[in-house]
Design a protein around this ligand. Structure first.
Ligand SMILES: *Cc1c(COP(=O)(O)O)cnc(C)c1O
Ligand SMILES: [Zn+2]
Length: 404
């Protein structure tokens, strides 16, 4: 499928968004959306907040036809009110690419990659950050800060540059150089932290509180989720409104997994799809697999797990803020969770590169390994259609990949 960057938004003043308010999915409290919000304000709750829309309007999926090939084609279900506040670099509407030369390894299963590598700044973080920066601009925010394992920092730096907002990024020192260089090139202030993303999060929080900056940490800000959910809309639209049987997702903070699931709910309420759902699979790095442990240990939340460095830096999230929601999605979908060691990710990355011509991120490569395992154990059944999300470009990770 072509990924054409045409005029990204139409010229109307209002986006005609159907966005109405924010809601806490845990305790049900609702919040107005015309001021800056973070998480649920009930101190016993503190859940991530979800954007809610008027889904009873009868908005038809036929109206999408002919719209620009970016995530803003779903603008009715994104939170920006004024068109001039949309900050876009053409993110979204990425291609779905079927497995070709490795098809024999998939047997009767159809395996599809949704390839996010072509997004601005080389990862699907452009979707979440694009939505968050746009809404931040609409709410008058002038300085925005995030802790990051790498890709979110670059995306924030780029979208903030375009929006004319100052960006401050906290990133672990052990991240490949290119992730740092891109932040600086886009004009962000980059602080390298001797530690993991949780340490970055603590520092970002202290400085944000002291200086009055707005934080867009994963799922402590409501709109990154909205950008990432557009993957769910695209999967449905690109597969002609017939969802796959299984979706594998490389899980760090879980935004994409939760977002895709939220999109399916919204589309069902819109009458665009039925009530059938894919089984959702969280794939993690063996060194940082708190969700996998909690899922199989029948826990409702995850413990802090950090086994140190992984080449899949996007997966080094010791305790996702929305761990409970991630685990609930896995269970509601009758999915599962598993982890992959670095050496296997590296091998899978090379296998896909050599045979399929795609240089995918180690996070994406983990899914290919997970697919082979789930197929071998029979968890993935004959004939099932399986979608793997390659969340980023492998080009940014090469300093940690041994070329042999
Ligand atoms: C951030 C990131 C992830 C994890 O995404 P979450 O939505 O936080 O789970 C996976 N892959 C890549 C390439 C990333 O940058
Ligand atoms: Zn709440």
């Amino acid at each position: 499928m072509l990924h054409i960057h045409t005029e990204s938004v139409d010229s109307a003043t209002h986006t005609e968004t159907l966005f109405t308010h924010l809601e806490c999915p845990a305790c049900g409290l609702t919040y107005s959306a015309d001021v800056v919000r973070t998480v649920c304000e009930d101190v016993n709750c503190l859940s991530s907040l979800f954007a809610r829309y008027d889904l009873s309007s009868g908005f038809s999926k036929e109206s999408l036809k002919g719209r620009a090939a970016t995530m803003w084609r779903y603008k009715e279900f994104l939170p920006v009110v004024e068109t001039e506040n949309i900050v876009t670099l053409g993110e979204g509407f990425t291609p779905i690419i079927p497995l070709l030369n490795l098809k024999h390894m998939a047997g009767s299963n159809e395996v599809l990659w949704k390839d996010e590598a072509g997004n601005p700044t080389g990862s699907f973080k452009a979707r979440g950050i694009g939505a968050a920066v746009s809404k931040a601009k609409e709410l008058g925010i002038t300085t925005i800060v995030t802790p990051t394992a790498g890709n979110a920092g670059g995306a924030l730096a780029a979208f903030a540059a375009r929006a004319g907002i100052k960006a401050v990024v906290y990133m672990p020192k052990l991240t490949p150089q290119v992730f740092k260089d891109e932040c600086r090139l886009y004009g962000a202030e980059l602080i390298e932290v001797d530690g993991n993303i949780s340490d970055c999060g603590k520092l970002a929080n202290e400085q944000a509180t002291a200086n009055g900056w707005f934080q867009v940490s994963t799922l402590k800000e409501p709109y990154r989720l909205e950008g990432k959910k557009t993957m769910g809309y695209e999967i449905a639209e690109q597969l002609n409104w017939q969802l796959p049987d299984v979706i594998l997702y490389p899980t760090g903070g879980g935004t994409g997994l939760i977002g895709i699931w939220k999109a399916f709910d919204e589309m069902e309420q819109l009458g665009w799809i039925g009530n059938e759902r894919p089984r959702m699979v969280a794939v993690q790095s063996e060194s940082c697999n708190g969700i996998v442990q909690a899922f199989h240990g029948e826990q409702v939340s995850s413990a802090f797990v950090d086994g140190g460095f992984t080449i899949a830096n996007g997966l080094r999230v010791p305790k996702p803020y929305a761990d409970k929601i991630i685990l609930k999605v896995l269970r509601d979908s009758e999915g599962t969770a598993l982890s992959v060691p670095d050496a296997q990710m590296s091998e899978a990355l090379k296998e896909i590169a050599r045979n399929e011509g795609m240089l995918i991120a180690p996070e994406g490569a983990a899914l290919w390994q997970a697919f082979k395992y789930l197929k071998a154990t029979g968890w993935i059944k004959e004939q099932e259609q399986v979608l793997l999300l390659n969340t980023g470009s492998g080009y940014k990770y090469l300093e940690n990949i041994e070329i042999s």
